[in-house]
Design a protein around this ligand. Structure first.
Ligand SMILES: Nc1ncnc2c1ncn2[C@@H]1O[C@H](COP(=O)(O)OP(=O)(O)OP(=O)(O)O)[C@@H](O)[C@H]1O
Ligand SMILES: [Mg+2]
Length: 129
């Protein structure tokens, strides 16, 4: 695992516990769906008024037809469902809710047999909620 920090402005105001859950899930997924010898990167950038955090893996990727449903509750790809190990399919739905409640957004980019990136934007300036 490697961390790549491309900005000095890394402070955002968040609910610590909820944001921990977001990144715990993204990292657990990355580890779970990336074979041994794979790589996981966490990258930080400043993008306009938001901190952009990318969790990138070199895992098996996600078929494009699954991508629109990934943040739905209980959604797991066919392959993940037939696996012995794994979770309930709630992690990304919860992650999206928490990110959106911080006025941020979360996106996914993936290429089969190449890897997956989850991209989280968290605004620097935020309302107190
Ligand atoms: N990094 C990734 N690489 C490949 N597939 C992924 C990745 N992250 C998520 N997925 C796919 O998206 C599905 C949904 O992920 P999500 O985190 O919501 O659920 P889960 O990990 O299966 O269960 P839970 O998070 O509730 O323990 C996964 O089951 C898997 O099919
Ligand atoms: Mg998960």
């Amino acid at each position: 695992m490697a961390i790549d920090v491309q900005t000095n402005e890394t402070t955002v105001f968040v609910d610590e516990n909820r944001m921990k859950q977001v990144f715990l899930n993204l990292l657990t997924n990355a580890i779970r769906y990336t074979p041994n010898q794979g790589k996981i990167y966490i990258r930080l950038f400043k993008e306009e008024n938001a901190l952009k955090i990318i969790v990138e893996d070199t895992g098996k990727g996600i078929e494009p037809e699954y991508l629109p449903y990934l943040f739905d509750r209980f959604y797991r790809t066919d392959e993940a469902r037939t696996r012995y190990s794994g979770g309930t399919g709630l992690g990304l739905a919860i992650a999206k809710q928490y990110v959106v409640s911080h006025n941020g957004k979360i996106e996914v980019k993936s290429k089969v047999n190449h890897g997956t990136s989850f991209i989280v934007y968290l605004p620097y300036q935020n309302e107190i909620y």
